[in-house]
Design a protein around this ligand. Structure first.
Ligand code: G6P
Ligand code: MG
Length: 217
């Protein structure tokens, strides 16, 4: 049996969540808006546009469409300066080990990310070749928690939703996986990702026996 293992990118494969945070915080500060790590949890997995709206909401800030476009561009430019310096050392622990194991078991590996920068990041850290299909922020119109990104991923590799396993570090992403009737695996803090079917701190906590069970059940 062939399952599809769908990986979120930011915060699951690479630790870009910290760069998103830094870039958003810089923008928020320039607008006089107080933006904390705690606020940032609600931005994980959320599209760029929606993230800006949430930040402006924190400061009760009324912005024009023109301002919003300018700030979105500014945030992404700042974000890209961090991304530019990335290499494979920023792949999170044991991610490659898990990818290798799934490959030897002939499973589908899919990316399901809200980011429009997903492909350049996968190229930078040299793991693009692992993926049988990629769905990113350029493909979807409904952001997580809408299940669209994962449904498209399943469709691309022609696997039933029930046979898909999703790795996610965001609340919105776990909700999206659950709505898609896929097996949701939270990567990160279990108290934050309570809605996940399984929880792990990171990939070092996931062993081959667990993966084999997912493949064979
Ligand atoms: C991911 C991240 C979010 C980010 C979104 C869009 O879901 O978790 O923090 O806002 O992608 O990313 P982008 O690279 O297109 O701005
Ligand atoms: Mg994420």
């Amino acid at each position: 049996n062939k399952k599809a293992f769908i990986f979120d990118l930011d915060g699951v494969i690479v630790d870009t969540a910290k760069y998103h945070f830094l870039a958003w915080q810089k923008l928020a500060t320039s607008l006089g808006i107080h933006f904390t790590h705690e606020d940032n949890e609600n931005l994980k997995g959320v599209s760029r546009v929606r993230s800006l709206e949430l930040i402006l909401g924190l400061g009760n800030y009324q912005a024009t469409e023109e301002e919003k476009q300018r700030w979105l561009q500014k945030k992404n430019e700042d974000y890209l300066t961090y991304i530019d310096a990335m290499d494979e050392s920023e792949i999170l622990p044991d991610v490659v080990k898990v990818l290798d194991f799934l490959k030897t078991k002939n499973q589908f590996i899919v990316l399901g990310s809200a980011s429009k920068n997903a492909i350049p990041i996968l190229e930078k850290v040299h793991i693009l070749h692992y993926f049988d299909a990629i769905v990113d922020g350029n493909d979807v119109s409904n952001a997580k928690p809408d299940p669209e990104v994962f449904l498209q991923g399943a469709k691309k590799v022609k696997v039933e939703n029930e046979n898909c396993i999703v790795f996610e570090d965001s609340v919105a992403g776990i909700q999206a996986a659950n709505l898609a009737h896929m097996t949701s695996i939270g990567i990160g803090e279990p108290t934050i990702l309570q809605e996940a079917k399984f929880n792990f701190k990171d990939f070092t906590q996931i062993d081959e026996a667990f993966l084999s069970k997912l493949i064979n059940e």
